[in-house]
Design a binder for this molecule. Structure first.
Ligand code: SAM
Length: 338
C-alpha cells in the first residue's frame, strides 16, 4: 500500500477548540442530492425541500476551502449526498487541488460511476477514495440501496485499485441483519484486494430511529471476531481518522472498525464540516450549523470569513451525545455530508 506523505510538521494546524483539539481535516459536502435510497439514510430517495438555498457554486466552494486551508486544514474529503452527481465534480476537484495548503483530497462515493471515472478523478487530483458497500449479497444490496448495481460498484472498486489511488477503502455500515451472513463474502473480498474494508457502527439520526433500534450492532462483535481469527490491530497514520485497522498475513486487504459509540471517540476529533449550502458544522451531530455563505461571495471577504470560523471554535462540544439518544439537529447524514 502506498502511504500518502504527511505534512512535514503539524504546525499548520492553527485552528483550536476549547478542548485543545486542532483541526487538519475538512469534510466538504458538494451536494445533499443522492441517487441511492439507502434504508438508513434516504429511504424515500432525495426529496427536494422547498425554500432551501441552492447548493454552493464552485466559486463559493473555492473561497471556503481557501479560508480553511489558510487556517491549516490540509486534508479535504469531498462527500454528500452523492458528490459525483454534480456535473462539475471533476472540475471542482482539479481547482481545489491548486489551493495552497491542500495536500490531500479524498472522496466518498456510492461508486455508481467509479468504474468509468476512476482514472479521470485520479488524474484530476483525488488521492484517496472510499466506496460504500454494506453487503456483498446482490439482492440485499438492491433492497438496501434501491439499486441492483452491486456488480457495477464492485467493478468501480477494482477500477479504483487499478487507477493508482493512494488508498482505496470500503465503508460498510454495520447492520444486525447483514453482519453474520456476509462475513465469509467479505473475507473473500479482502483476501486478494489491497484495500481496507471499514465497518462503521450504525449511527442514529433523527430520521432513522426505528430502523436504528432494530439494526444497531456494537463494533465489539467485529473486533472480537477479528481478534479470535488472528487479525492484528495496526498503528494509525498521522492525520488518519478514528478507524482501527486489522491485518492478517493470509489477507492482502485489511478490515477496519469505526466505532463512534465507543468511549473517547471524540477526544481526537480533527475535523470540521461544511454543508453543501455553506453552513459550518462543528460536529456531525450538533446544531443547525453556522452560516458562512454571505462571506463566500467575494475574494475580499476572506479575512472576515476566517474570523467567523475562528470565533465559532469555542462552540465545539466535547463530544456527540449519541449514547444518550441525542442526534442533534441531523435528520440523516446526506444533509450535512457523511
Ligand atoms: N453518497 C456517498 C456514499 O454513499 O458514500 C457519500 C455520502 S454517504 C452519507 C457517506 C457514508 O455515510 C456512507 O458510507 C454511508 O453508508 C454512511 N452512512 C450514512 N448514514 C449512516 C448512519 N446512520 N450511520 C453510519 N453510517 C452512515
Amino acid at each position: 500500500m502506498a502511504l500518502f506523505d504527511p505534512p512535514g510538521s503539524l504546525e499548520g494546524e492553527r485552528l483550536e477548540d476549547g478542548f485543545g483539539r486542532r483541526f487538519s481535516y475538512l469534510r466538504l459536502s458538494l451536494t445533499d442530492r443522492c441517487n441511492f435510497r439507502c434504508t438508513y439514510c434516504l429511504p424515500n430517495g432525495f426529496v427536494k425541500q422547498q425554500g432551501l438555498p441552492s447548493e454552493l457554486s464552485s466559486e463559493e466552494i473555492y473561497r471556503a476551502v481557501a479560508a480553511f486551508a489558510g487556517l491549516g486544514l490540509w486534508k479535504l474529503r469531498l462527500t454528500g449526498g452523492e458528490p459525483t452527481v454534480r456535473h462539475d465534480f471533476t472540475e471542482i476537484t482539479r481547482k481545489l487541488r491548486e489551493i495552497e495548503g491542500i495536500r490531500r483530497i479524498a472522496m466518498t462515493t456510492n461508486g455508481y460511476r467509479l468504474a468509468q471515472r476512476a482514472s479521470e478523478w485520479r488524474e484530476a487530483g483525488v488521492d484517496a477514495v472510499n466506496v460504500s458497500i454494506d453487503t456483498l449479497d446482490p439482492k440485499a444490496f438492491a433492497s438496501l440501496t434501491g439499486h441492483d448495481r452491486l456488480a457495477d460498484v464492485v467493478a468501480g472498486v477494482d477500477a479504483a485499485l487499478e487507477a493508482g489511488f493512494d488508498t482505496v477503502k470500503v465503508n460498510s455500515v454495520l447492520l444486525r441483519d447483514l453482519e453474520r451472513s456476509g462475513w465469509d463474502d467479505i473475507l473473500r473480498f479482502v483476501e486478494t484486494r489491497d484495500l481496507s474494508w471499514r465497518f462503521i457502527e450504525f449511527m442514529r439520526t433523527n430520521d432513522n430511529t426505528a430502523f436504528h433500534e432494530q439494526q444497531a450492532t456494537p463494533g465489539e462483535i467485529v473486533r472480537d471476531r477479528l481478534l479470535a481469527a488472528g487479525w492484528e490491530p495496526q498503528s494509525r497514520e498521522i492525520g488518519a481518522g478514528p478507524a482501527v485497522d486489522y491485518a492478517h498475513p493470509a489477507y492482502r486487504g485489511r478490515i477496519g472498525l469505526i466505532a463512534p459509540y465507543s468511549p473517547g471517540f471524540c477526544e481526537s476529533c480533527n475535523r470540521l464540516r461544511l454543508s453543501s449550502r455553506g453552513r459550518l458544522h462543528l460536529c456531525l451531530f450538533g446544531t443547525e450549523g453556522l452560516d458562512l455563505r454571505e462571506l463566500l461571495q467575494r475574494d475580499d471577504q476572506q479575512e472576515e470569513l476566517v474570523s467567523r470560523i475562528v470565533a465559532a471554535m469555542p462552540g465545539k462540544s466535547r463530544g456527540h451525545r449519541l449514547n444518550e439518544g441525542d442526534s442533534g439537529a441531523t435528520p440523516h447524514l446526506a444533509s450535512i455530508g457523511g
